[in-house]
Structure formats: structure tokens, C-alpha cells
Design a protein around this ligand. Structure first.
Ligand code: UD1
Length: 384
């Protein structure tokens, strides 16, 4: 029997969550099972260009998307509406049995709604996470997607509880672990081989590697308000006198830095290397270089969801500049500490880490590199 699946990718964090599922289905198809799955990758184009999209696909070993909707940037309504209009045509053309969406970006909700209204079943990977903060666009996307999905694949037990509390019946919820960690486990050896510090001019000839902290910040709540962004960057530049900080910045953040004339807060990578202090603002990195920087960082300051999980897996201290997290297992079992927008607390926590008093964590259950295989087994059973 032949079945057809569409996987939706759109924004940077989607690629590493879908890639291992795609690859696990290829493996399944090599077996002699009675179900062959024809699979298609549909890229909405929410993120685009080399740094934000192309580099990831090559590194993660998945093919060029079969279809690119090329929606690009715009307001939430513009982006969501355009994805829906274009995705409707794709569903009409391909007539899939199942649409797989991941995470919580605009592409996730837009494609889930379109598919469901056309009578196509939807599987949500990374379902059930809740920050309980409806001012975050991602929380709205999570709630919308989970209110209509048919299969719910969860990364942590809190997600199962959230879904049950929202009335989803237990037989649709599958605690499978974390497909993003599947990608991390598969790609870590390759990442370690890269001369990332040399590539970004933070070491010469692979020698004399420096200690560094790593910063990523792109949430509208942190970067769109100039007062908040300025307060963070000033605090972080003071912290960067002990250990320099590398800051691969998202285009949204770079735009704000330029609009607010904040370039003087940063140091060139050459000066960081000479003086061992300062914040080095660099272009967004590909997946392997980012993983390589993450694993060797003294600490990470972030507002990303995925990086809270990656640092927990890698046992690297993580300070999350958000008031809440939809991934509580990283607080309860991992290395994550929430500091919100409290810059004093941020400095205090960094000082603790630098003096060797960092939080120790453990790896959460089922973050073992086999989550995608579990997902494929379940999908195949459901197709029978
Ligand atoms: C989106 C997701 C967010 C995720 C983040 C990861 C939503 C609501 N938000 O936020 O959950 O954590 O991706 O990066 O889906 N831009 C570019 N090039 C790109 C993409 C964006 O220059 O490839 C610039 C554009 O000016 C754009 C802005 O960044 O307007 C924001 O992009 P958008 O996709 O709207 O949201 P993100 O902030 O990337």
C-alpha cells in the first residue's frame, strides 16, 4: 500500500526537527514493509536566503524542497494568509494522506489549518508545549495547531498534561522525545570537526582557542522595544570583560541594532581575539557551526526555544532572557535558568557561572536520538 505525506518546513528551527523524520521514513521505505510512504518537503519560504535557510538543508542531509511557496517576510496576517493560499494549491495537487507540521511558527499553524479544512489529517511534532503567555505569537500558533491536529508527538511529559487538560484524548498523544535532539546527536561529530572559531576569526590557525559566552536574541518582546534591547546589550557588554561574547544575530535583531545606532556596543572579532573581551556581532551561523559553538561555550544567553533544549542536552549553562518557558523540563532537569528581563539577575547568574558555580543538569527522558523512529513507527501503524 502506498501513502503520501507532506512535511512542512518554513523557518530556521523547523529544518532540524523535520530532517530526522524525513530520513527515518527513507529508512522505513528501504524495508520490505507493506506500506511505502511517498514523502514531499514543502518549504513555505518564511525564512529564506543562504544563512537563514539554504545552509541547513545541505547540512542536515535532506533534499531540496519539492515545492517552495516563497512567501517571504511580512506581517503575521500577510505571511499566514499567503502561506494558506499557496498551500491550498499544493494540497490540491498532491492530495496527501497526512501533513506533518513541527514547532510553533506561522508556517506551522497556517499549514495545519489549511490541511485540516481540506479534510487532510495533521500530525504535530513538538505538540503540547505551553508558555501560558498569549502575548507570544508562538503560543497562539501552538494553541491553534493543537486544537485541530490528529496526532500529537510530544517532547516532554508537561506537554502530554497540557494536551489532556485541553481535552485531547490520550490515545492521540505520543510521548516520543525530541527530534531536534535526534539531529543534534546525528550531526555532533561532524560539527566538532569544523574550525568554527577560526572561520569567524576568533582563533588563529586553530591554536590558542579562547573562552567565550554565546548570545542569541530575536524575540519581538526583547528586540523590538529599543529600551529593552539597549538595557540588555549594555549589561551584556559589561559582562563581556571577563569572557568575551559571540553574538550571531538574527536579521530582526540586526535591523534594530542599526535603527538604534547601537553598533558602538560591539567589538570586531579581531579585537575580541586580541583583548579577550567585548561582544563580537557576527552573521547568523549554519547548523553545524552553531552546534560547535554551543558545545564549547562557557555559557549561553538566549531567548530561543530550541537552544534551551540543546544546551540542556550538551550540559552547557543556559540563561534564558524570557519570563517563562514552554519547555519546563529544561528548568526542572536541565541546565536552564530563567532570568527574564532582569539584567541584574542576568549579571549575577553569569558571575556565578564564571566562578564555577553553574547549575548541573541531566538529559530528559527519551532525548536519545530515536524519537523520529518512534514517530515513523506510530504513523505507519496508523496508516494500517
Ligand atoms: C520566526 C518565528 C519564531 C522563531 C524564529 C526563528 C513566528 C511567529 N516566529 O521569528 O518563533 O523563533 O522564526 O528564527 O513564526 N528576516 C530576514 N530573513 C529571513 C527571515 C526573516 O531578513 O530569512 C527578517 C525580516 O525582516 C522579517 C524579520 O526578520 O520581517 C522577522 O522574520 P519572521 O519570519 O517574521 O519572524 P522571526 O523573528 O524570524
Amino acid at each position: 500500500m502506498k501513502k503520501k505525506i507532506i512535511h512542512v518546513i518554513g523557518a530556521r528551527p523547523n529544518f532540524m526537527k523535520i530532517a530526522p523524520v524525513f530520513i527515518a521514513i527513507e529508512e522505513h521505505n528501504k524495508g520490505n514493509g507493506d506500506i511505502y510512504i511517498e514523502q514531499y518537503l514543502v518549504h513555505t519560504g518564511q525564512h529564506y536566503g543562504k544563512n537563514m535557510s539554504e545552509v541547513f538543508l545541505g547540512e542536515l542531509g535532506i533534499p531540496e524542497p519539492h515545492v517552495n511557496l516563497n512567501v517571504g517576510s511580512g506581517s503575521h496576517a500577510f505571511q499566514t494568509a499567503n502561506i494558506m493560499l499557496s498551500f491550498e494549491k499544493v494540497i490540491n495537487d498532491l492530495n496527501p494522506d497526512l501533513v506533518v507540521v513541527v514547532g510553533d511558527v506561522n508556517s506551522t499553524a497556517a499549514c495545519a489549518i489549511t490541511a485540516k479544512k481540506m479534510g487532510v489529517k495533521v500530525a504535530h511534532v513538538e505538540a503540547g508545549l505551553r508558555s501560558f503567555d498569549r502575548s507570544m505569537p508562538e503560543e497562539i500558533n501552538r494553541i491553534l495547531t493543537d486544537s485541530i491536529s490528529d496526532l500529537f508527538f510530544t517532547t516532554e511529559k508537561s506537554a502530554d498534561e497540557n494536551l489532556k487538560n485541553e481535552g485531547i484524548s490520550s490515545d492521540k498523544i505520543f510521548f516520543v522525545g525530541n527530534t531536534m535532539i535526534d539531529s543534534l546527536i546525528t550531526q555532533l561529530d561532524k560539527a566538532i570537526q569544523r574550525n568554527t572559531l577560526e572561520k569567524i576569526s576568533l582563533t588563529k590557525n586553530g591554536n590558542g582557542s579562547i573562552k567565550y559566552g554565546l548570545l542569541t536574541m530575536h524575540r519581538p518582546g526583547n528586540v523590538d522595544n529599543p529600551d529593552v534591547l539597549i538595557s540588555f546589550l549594555k549589561t551584556i557588554s559589561l559582562m563581556a570583560v571577563d569572557i568575551p561574547i559571540v553574538f550571531p544575530a538574527h536579521p530582526r535583531t540586526v535591523k534594530q541594532i542599526k535603527d538604534q545606532n547601537l553598533e558602538s556596543l560591539f567589538t570586531s572579532t579581531r579585537d575580541v581575539l586580541c583583548n579577550k573581551k567585548g561582544i563580537a556581532l557576527i552573521e547568523p551561523l549554519g547548523y553545524l557551526d552553531m552546534l560547535n559553538l554551543l558545545r564549547s561555550a562557557e555559557y549561553v544567553v538566549t531567548d530561543s526555544g530550541g537552544i534551551q533544549e540543546e544546551t540542556t542536552f550538551l550540559d552547557v549553562p543556559c540563561l534564558t532572557v524570557r519570563e517563562n518557558t514552554e519547555r519546563p523540563v529544561t528548568l526542572e532537569q536541565g541546565t536552564n535558568v530563567l532570568v527574564g528581563q532582569n539584567t541584574k539577575l542576568l549579571s549575577k547568574e553569569v558571575a556565578k557561572i564564571v566562578s564555577g558555580k553553574c547549575k548541573k543538569g541531566t538529559i530528559p527522558p527519551l532525548w536519545d536520538g530515536k524519537s523520529s523512529e518512534r514517530i515513523v513507527d506510530i504513523i505507519v501503524k496508523k496508516f494500517k
